[in-house]
Design a protein around this ligand. Sequence first.
Ligand code: LRH
Ligand code: MN
Length: 424
Amino acid sequence: MKIEKNKIDNYNQSSLKEHQRRFNFIVPDVPDVAELLQKLIDFQVAIPSWALGTGGTRFGRFGGGGEPRNLEEKIEDIGLLHALNKSSGAISLHIPWDIPENAANTKALAAQNDLKFDAMNSNTFQDQPDQQLSYKFGSMQNVNRAIRKQAIEHNIEVIKYGVELGSNSLTVWLSDGSCFPGQLNFRRAFQNTLESLQEVYAALPNDWKMFVEYKAYEPNFYSTTVGDWGQSLLYANKLGEKAYALVDLGHHLPNANIEQIVSLLLMEGKLGGFHFNDSKYGDDDLTVGSIKPYQLFLIFNELVEGMDAKGMNHATDLGWMIDASHNVKDPLEDLLQSVEAIMITYAQALLIDRKKLLEAQNNNDVVTAQEVLQQAFRTDVRALVAEARLRTGGALDPLAVYRNEKIRENLIKERGSKTVATGL
Ligand code: LRH
Ligand code: MN
């Protein structure tokens, strides 16, 4: 389903006056508004192909209808999000959930929707119907060499799909681990996993990156073989310069200081990218900024400070991806809210008075340091984010257009109420 540009323009016209009042109000507080707006315009968040349908838990799934039935309809849905917010210009595919039957056609359809292919994701955490050997006791850690080989070959196949589509990175998340003490020899599991990742690393094209995604627990509940940032960094350092750690916000133990992890991985030049979401307890995969917006702000504070310290390009030098699951919200509305939260938080982090913060830190002026941060966090930057959309042909209020245009109702008419998208 496409949304016409003129429709978006009409909606913008009806709220332009109010927007301009808000925009003119905030501009005096922005040192270089043109530079900030350009940074927002350049910042694109990749949408996960596996999060366009209704998610669920072991206790149940409540489908919302109109879900994409194939990769083509998934690309159309992300194209619609991007038409509305002009900040969702990439799709991150998960194999085999979204195998491109004809890569050239898939690439062309994505281009028609102004979409690029971000990181490819492999899947050795499920057994596929036609699979020879089971990953029940792990994939790359497995004591059985043939099973490790199967996982390696799958990842190399995923790279091939990515090359055909123009992607240039592979995310490897391994669910490998153990559920009971004694089940696993941790050292051998690490070495098996490293050797297996080294074979995948050797198959990476020169300009590709490998993201090693860590996770504290689930589906294993005693140990995880890539269980935290330290282990992910260990693998990335041993693999080589094309390997990086990937930070999924939901993959930490309670109260972990994720902004400190981000700062140190950036310092080491080993931060590859993010899976943005939010959580209150475990890997809840909730809407970005819906539970802990201040934590997200503190993470973006470290990102802007750390990337500027290294002269990195905010838009292109890290992988910005969402990884969420929608149990009760319309998937597309949830993703619109997540992208909005990311853009708002990035804008707030760009408004932090870095000079004043450093001065306060050098004077151990703890109170002023907090005041500097919260001055930015308490600044309503929504008009700046909306202005960036307006200047790129997006909607001032994407969610309002989505609702007023009855997109979901139309998708249900077009696709039916019982369609189930592949993915989580
Ligand atoms: C694991 C994870 C990983 C994906 C999967 C869909 O929890 O975050 O990034 O492969 O979700
Ligand atoms: Mn993830």
